[in-house]
Design a protein around this ligand. Structure first.
Ligand code: SF4
Length: 355
């Protein structure tokens, strides 16, 4: 099983002619390649484009990323999800400033040792920004290779992944191939032509002549992927404490889901108004009004939050003794607080932000 050099040439030519004009393409700037590749992991390209442009405008280089305040970084990342990616970007930028003169190294081996940079990102930066002949294999590329070679084993199995990645080695040996264009050709083919769920556009594919899944009419069942574990459902009750001018929000722990971001305070179960009043009595001696807001659901990769929410109206938030991790913000300040999109139903309900 090996990726033929003639197919690598065809794919690279196809890429040069057909690739989309995206803001991070053809800049050749390693910082831009790095930021875009991290943003594109687990986030749709349409959602990334504007966020990427704002991010590199606000933080134009590694030094500015290393020095950015956490709250501002989280705000810039909002809507992209998986916030640990942003924290790792900053951590990595700090290492680059301290140990690498504020530059991303050229070698795959050095890149892959940096915080938050895995084999795919290291391969993408090394090949696209520095022209190094190394692979950058993500889910899109694995799907193409599995179909090309009619691989029937589980694509999630590390052995399958390694074997498929290994097929690419001969392609990089060709002097006709620019590794960056070839790797981007694979990524682009996976996003535009060799799409998932049994609907690839094989008649437009530059690899069609060599593709075994196409030849044997098996594109509907290749790649094979074992079933994911079921998502865990968690009940939550949000307590939206407010007065005429302010809202109470709470900073989440520094580790775990949505670490370090702000949220409406909550309880990890559903509860009725009476139960809630009893729990709140310690912090809020006098509630003016307590009423139920619409329910909401938010789906993370492994967890679903099933949220109910109560508005707790008080006379003046400033008279309350709030827990240490809670703060009161005005409506205007809420607009720029780093509150993740999991709470969007309630942000929209109070018209706290325009997206
Ligand atoms: S021929 Fe079809 S299945 Fe094969 S690589 Fe191309 S798009 Fe994918």
């Amino acid at each position: 099983m090996e990726f033929k050099q003639e197919d690598a040439v065809k794919l690279t030519e196809w890429y040069e002619k057909n690739h989309r004009d995206l803001p991070w393409r053809d800049t050749g700037d390693p910082y831009h390649v790095w930021i875009s590749e991290i943003m594109l992991q687990q986030t749709r390209i349409e959602a990334v484009i504007v966020k990427y442009q704002i991010f590199v405008h606000e933080l134009p280089d590694i030094a500015s990323l290393a020095a950015v305040q956490d709250d501002r970084l989280m705000r810039l990342w909002e809507g992209l999800g998986y916030y640990s990616r942003a924290r790792n970007l900053k951590k990595c930028a700090q290492v680059l400033v301290k140990d690498y003169g504020g530059k991303l190294p050229e070698n795959y081996e050095e890149l892959v040792r940096l915080p938050g940079i895995g084999p795919y990102t290291a391969g993408a930066v090394a090949s696209i920004a520095y022209g190094k002949p190394v692979p950058a294999v993500d889910g899109n590329v694995l799907r193409i290779l599995a179909r090309l070679f009619l691989t029937e084993s589980d694509i999630k199995d590390p052995h399958t992944k390694d074997a498929l990645q290994e097929t690419l080695t001969p392609a990089y040996a060709s002097e006709q191939i620019r590794a960056g264009a070839f790797n981007q050709g694979l990524m682009e083919l996976g996003q535009l032509i060799c799409v998932p769920n049994g609907a690839p556009r094989c008649t437009e594919c530059p690899l069609a002549e060599s593709c075994l899944a196409y030849r044997e009419n098996r594109t509907g069942d290749i790649p094979f992927r074992s079933k994911p574990n079921k998502r865990k459902c968690e009940e939550r009750t949000l307590v939206i404490v407010r007065d005429e001018k302010r809202f109470v929000i709470r900073k989440r722990d520094d580790a775990g889901l949505l670490a370090g971001l702000y949220e409406f305070p909550g309880i990890g179960k559903h509860c009725d108004p009476q139960e809630l009043r009893t729990m709140l009595a310690l912090y809020i001696p006098e509630i003016q009004r307590l009423h139920r807001l619409p329910d909401a659901k938010h789906i993370f990769s492994h967890i679903e939050w099933h949220m109910q929410a109560y508005e707790v109206l008080v006379d003046d938030i400033r008279s309350l003794s709030l827990p240490e991790n809670c703060i009161a913000l005005t409506k205007e300040e809420m607009a720029s607080a780093a509150i993740p999109s999991a709470f969007r139903t309630y942000i929209d309900y109070y018209r706290l932000r325009s997206y």
